[in-house]
Design a protein around this ligand. Structure first.
Ligand code: COI
Length: 354
């Protein structure tokens, strides 16, 4: 068993941080001084090491380049009151990472490596955690298959890495969304619920085409009728209809079990807003819009936290939402950030201090 103390640490001689304005950085462009690396060989994890952030050297035959056994997580650390740094719900990401690993026929990672690895790495690069509005340290754990062979089979070796990126907001303005009726993100029995790289690669063409039409992202629908709603871009989706919150249920395995989604459900219940996790058809959304009961649409995810939707297009129908009149999504965003920055009580025990 790997203990926290077994993580070898080699520090940089000089930090790169001095050149960076931490509270004015885009999402995921700059990386901190250190990274974590571990190897899976002969059925066990070994060589757990924190070292200076650096390129990796691989054979062109590396399995992940060809057959895509690649999974990841997205987690954020915040600098809060009294300058203390805390990570939002890392144990939930740890559990989801191993669910993704199982689905992609990859080895599970022990909690000591995932959690202690993140905590030690964030502690070491603590001065990189921004304190500005909508800024945080984005934590990216990931695993790739590393056998240098072209046979199509699960790799016998893997690498687990964690890198850190001080990041600003993912979306700086409300999103315009088009309902997708041609391409499919996920089907029952597929890999939609896992956070594997291919889900993101497979989504890009639809997003690019939506951008060409003036939209920021698509609202994914089911693969058979293109009517049942799944996710919005790379996020979970919520609708506020007649005072109730409705979000697609996870039962078909087509939707990522978002940790922000789960947190939003807890906060909504605390606000006495009824929450329904169930199948939602686009026709129900159109009818609610026609009746004037469709109040808000928003996305939830680690990178964006809460992303407001200003426009939702389905065929020739455009549903517009006056951002200044939204109540629930902005309130959720505010409550979440106050908990994350230690400015309000962490009632749910979400924050893990480093
Ligand atoms: C998230 O918001 O958690 C995401 O997965 C987005 C990320 C791929 C940038």
């Amino acid at each position: 068993m790997i203990e926290a103390a077994d993580i070898q640490i080699t520090k940089v001689e000089t930090s790169k941080l001095k050149d960076l304005e931490l509270n004015n950085v885009p999402f995921g462009k700059y990386f901190t001084d250190h990274m974590l690396e571990a190897d899976f060989e002969n059925g066990e994890w070994k060589n757990v090491e924190i070292k200076p952030y650096q390129p990796l050297l691989f054979q062109p035959s590396l399995a992940v380049f060809h057959y895509g056994q690649a999974i990841f997580e997205g987690i954020k650390a915040y600098r809060g009151k009294n300058n203390k740094v805390a990570i939002f719900r890392p144990f939930d990401n740890y559990r989801r990472f191993n669910l993704s690993a199982l689905r992609m026929n990859m080895p599970e990672i022990p909690e000591e490596i995932f959690i202690q690895g993140i905590k030690q790495l964030v502690k070491l690069d603590e001065k990189w955690v921004p304190d500005g509005k909508d800024h945080a340290l984005y934590i990216r754990p990931f695993m790739i298959s590393t056998d240098p062979v072209l046979g199509v089979k699960p790799s016998s070796t893997y690498k687990f890495l964690i890198i850190l990126s001080p990041s600003g907001p993912y979306y700086s303005r409300p999103m315009k969304i088009a309902v997708e009726e041609k391409y499919t993100r996920a089907a029952p029995g597929g890999v939609g619920y896992s956070k594997n790289a291919g889900n993101y690669g497979g989504s890009m063409l639809a997003a690019t085409k939506a951008k060409e039409e003036g939209y920021d992202q698509v609202l994914w629908t089911d693969p058979f009728e293109h009517k049942w709603l799944q996710e919005v871009g790379m996020m979970n989706v919520f609708f506020i209809i007649d005072g109730k919150a409705i979000t697609p249920s996870l039962d078909q395995g087509t939707i990522l079990a978002g940790i922000t989604r789960d947190s939003v459900i807890d906060l909504l219940q605390e606000m006495n807003i009824p929450v329904e996790e169930r199948h939602i058809n686009i026709d129900e959304i159109i009818q609610a819009h026609d009746k004037g009961t469709l109040q808000e649409v928003f996305g939830t995810g680690t990178a964006a936290t809460i992303a407001l939707v200003s426009d939702l297009k389905y065929r020739d129908i455009n549903m517009h939402f006056d951002i200044n009149n939204l109540k629930i999504a902005p309130s959720l965003k505010k409550q979440l950030i106050e908990i994350k920055e230690g400015r309000s009580e962490d009632k749910f025990g979400w924050m893990e201090y480093v």
